[in-house]
Design a protein around this ligand. Structure first.
Ligand code: SF4
Length: 711
């Protein structure tokens, strides 16, 4: 182990939180992280950081960290500390028993956009190449899957066309279902700076049922009814076509499918859209003209569009608007989906989701299976041919007994999945639950049989890719506590126990990355020219096909990645939400993030500063709805859906549409059984992306005299 640093040293690394992927400069002394600042040299963030990154030091201290392996003893049901080797051996023996008795599809692995590319690659190789199942998915399915499906269907590849640099040139920003101010703060500031630089020409339009802080810089806020985005976007395209703002030369040369889309949006007049969306037709016309007249229009979107039972259709509607107006493939324009997690993109690069193989390859393609099997030096028959279970399908399998074991890495599904009671029931029924995590306890470790201690941010060298395809080297600054190890090392130990150790015997993360990057040569995510050594001098943006290549700021300038080279527009129509409101459950619940917190607070709860800024979940409710149920501002309420209940304090506001309530999802059952928003949400999926509809379920609200008066 390295000696603790005697005097203060500065180390360049990346942020472990959101997909903006800011570069950080970390001050370290005496083996401790002292301070975190922005890295001025990092191309994605240019020295900016938000409050979460600045509050990182207390999260790498010992409190709340998983520093020992633990096994639950049969006699007491309590955890006993043990060595990592013993815990891995016990877990491996159970996995082997279950696979021998029930086949490889009786086990599943569930990862996270927090894993590094090297962790992810090790996981994909072990599960798909050696264990013979594709039951590997991650919490990125809850976050980005609909955007991925949208990109693939329209452009032929899972990759945004442009870069953050486009923000500095854009003249129109259409922000759909994204609260940048809270969730992607550094990009929010970049948009605000662009507006400050050209206040006469730049226009910002926000589409969101809530009036969030993002609306502070907006010229127009289209406060639509939740779930009606497709109707609104179709109406905007209707206006663009009717008023002659489509880019005909671009459509003719570079795209296909426009005629069907034109027919599909013909009936979506702004007046018809107003009926469904609740947005005045004049505001729709104004937004459509502003967007469609510009050849420098950027669309930014996130979970508000993606977390839907028709999220893929919403993404198609966004991309149709960009393509029809020629706003793709040039500086200052284009669609740019915002990733929630720091390395969701990396997980897809290495194929660590159901249905994928490394290099954006498909498990269903025989050539792709052959190429990967050869690289991994395994018989191709060992690779599964059928796509495995996606996130919520894995937990449904645990519930019905078709999946018997689950290995969970760097995530907290017992708090973050929709319809929590059902997900937790699945975990309770499992014969084996192994959790690799940097934090202990969590809601999920509470249901585990084996807990393995993982190294966290600043405790390992690794690579992550942000929302704009920029790859950053995250450097080790301090030693992990106790027995904690990087996730890939824990997986390599498992591989060794299972008899595959020789294929996982890398000495460091750099060698794992080398094995992975060569497998991407010639693919739609070509990282073959990226190495840890090159990244030590600064981040690189893929595609980067050789050691001399400077990286690619823009894609699809000449041709798209489809077979024809043309982008595909796709006719889409709005669908009703999976769970409409009713007499019994008359309000729509939408859930989301707050600026100070991250996911289920496994990390941010250890920063007093962040906790003080948002100590409790608060329900946002429109004044007219609050009056109807007798709830007062600052009072308490019970929020109930068909699946469970939550008790929360209420903020009565006019900043949310009547009929809609908002609850943040950061609080979990560790904070109290009635604090988790996912007690209420449901698990209906988009049929293509398999992303759950976390943004829309039907609830009722009842006033309480006190929190104790509740469920
Ligand atoms: Fe980290 Fe995102 Fe904040 Fe940047 S904006 S510092 S990546 S949390």
């Amino acid at each position: 182990m390295d000696e603790p640093l005697a005097s203060e040293t500065s180390i360049r690394t990346g942020c472990p939180y959101c997909g903006v992927g800011c570069g950080l400069s970390v001050s370290v002394a005496g083996g401790r992280v002292l301070k975190v600042r922005g890295d001025r040299e990092h191309r994605s963030s240019r020295g900016e950081v938000c409050m979460k990154a600045a509050a990182l030091p207390p999260t790498v201290a010992r409190e709340g960290r998983a520093d020992r392996a633990r096994i639950r003893t049969r006699a007491s049901g309590r955890f006993a500390e043990t060595s990592v080797a013993t815990a891995v051996a016990r877990a491996a023996a159970e996995l082997r028993r279950i696979v021998n008795a029930h086949g490889p599809d009786a086990i599943a692995f569930y990862g996270s956009g927090h894993l590094s590319t090297e962790d992810y690659y090790t996981l994909a190789k072990l599960v798909k190449g050696f264990l013979g199942t594709d039951n590997l998915d991650t919490n990125s399915r809850l976050c980005m899957a609909s955007a991925v499906a949208g990109y693939k269907r329209a452009f032929g590849a899972d990759a945004p066309p442009g870069s953050y640099a486009d923000i500095d040139e854009a003249e129109v920003f259409l922000i759909v279902g994204a609260n940048l101010a809270d969730c992607h703060p550094v990009l929010f500031r970049r948009v605000a700076k662009r507006l400050d630089a050209a206040p006469e020409t730049v226009r910002v339009i926000v589409v969101d049922p809530r009036r969030t802080e993002t609306c502070d810089i907006a010229h127009s806020h289209l406060s639509l009814r939740p779930g009606t985005d497709v109707a609104l976007l179709n109406a905007m395209l209707h206006i663009a076509i009717r008023e002659g703002h489509v880019d005909k030369p671009f459509l003719e040369r570079r795209t296909e499918g426009f005629a069907a889309v034109r027919d599909a949006v013909e009936s979506w007049t702004p007046e018809v859209a107003e009926e469904l969306c609740g947005v005045p037709s004049a505001a729709i016309v104004d937004a459509a003209r502003t967007f469609a007249r510009s050849r420098k229009a950027v669309v930014l979107w996130a979970m508000g569009a993606n977390q839907s039972s028709h999220g893929t259709a919403k993404n198609a509607a966004i991309l149709n608007l960009c393509l029809a107006t020629g706003n793709v493939g040039r500086p200052g324009c284009g669609p740019l989906s915002l990733t929630g997690q720091p390395n969701a993109m990396g997980g897809r690069e290495v194929g660590a989701l159901a249905g994928l193989l490394p290099g954006h390859r498909s498990l269903s393609d025989a050539n792709d299976r052959n190429t990967v099997a050869k690289h991994w030096k395994v018989p191709v028959e060992r690779l599964p041919e059928r796509p495995g279970r996606t996130a919520t399908e894995i937990f449904a399998g645990l519930e019905d007994g078709s999946v018997r074991a689950i290995w969970i890495l760097a995530t907290n599904p017992a708090a973050s999945l929709p319809d929590l009671e059902r997900a937790r029931r699945g975990l309770r029924r499992a014969e084996l639950v192994v959790v690799q995590d940097a934090f202990f306890p969590t809601d999920t470790t509470d249901l585990a049989h084996v807990v393995l201690p993982a190294a966290a941010w600043a405790e390992k060298d690794c690579v992550m890719t942000n929302s704009e395809r920029v790859v950053t080297l995250h450097r080790k600054a301090v030693e992990p506590p106790g027995h904690a190890l990087p996730d890939w090392r824990l997986l390599a130990l498992l591989a060794h126990e299972l008899g595959f150790g020789a294929s996982f015997a890398w000495p460091s993360a750099a060698e794992i990355f080398d094995e992975f990057r060569t497998l991407t040569a010639g693919t739609t995510c070509d990282l073959s020219g990226v190495t840890h050594a090159r990244l030590a001098s600064g981040p690189l943006q893929w595609p980067c096909p050789s050691g001399e290549h400077p990286g690619s700021e823009r894609r699809y300038e000449v041709r798209f990645a489809t077979a024809s080279g043309r982008a595909r527009l796709e006719a889409v129509q709005p669908h009703p939400p999976a769970e409409p409101t009713s007499h019994e459950f008359p309000l729509v619940l939408t859930t989301g993030r707050l600026g100070p917190h991250w996911h289920t607070r496994t990390r941010t709860r250890w920063s007093r500063n962040l906790e003080n800024r948002a100590p409790e979940p608060i329900l946002e409710m429109h004044a007219s709805d609050a009056r109807r149920v007798g709830v007062v501002d600052g009072g308490f309420a019970e929020i109930r859906s068909r699946r469970g209940e939550v008790v929360a304090q209420v903020r009565v506001t006019s900043e949310i549409s009547p009929g809609t309530v908002f609850l943040p999802f950061h609080w979990t059952r560790l904070d109290g059984p009635e604090k988790s928003a996912n007690n209420l949400t449901h698990a209906a999926l988009d049929p293509i992306s398999k992303q759950p509809e976390l943004k829309h379920c039907a609830v009722r609200v009842r006033a309480l005299r006190s929190p104790e008066d509740g469920a």
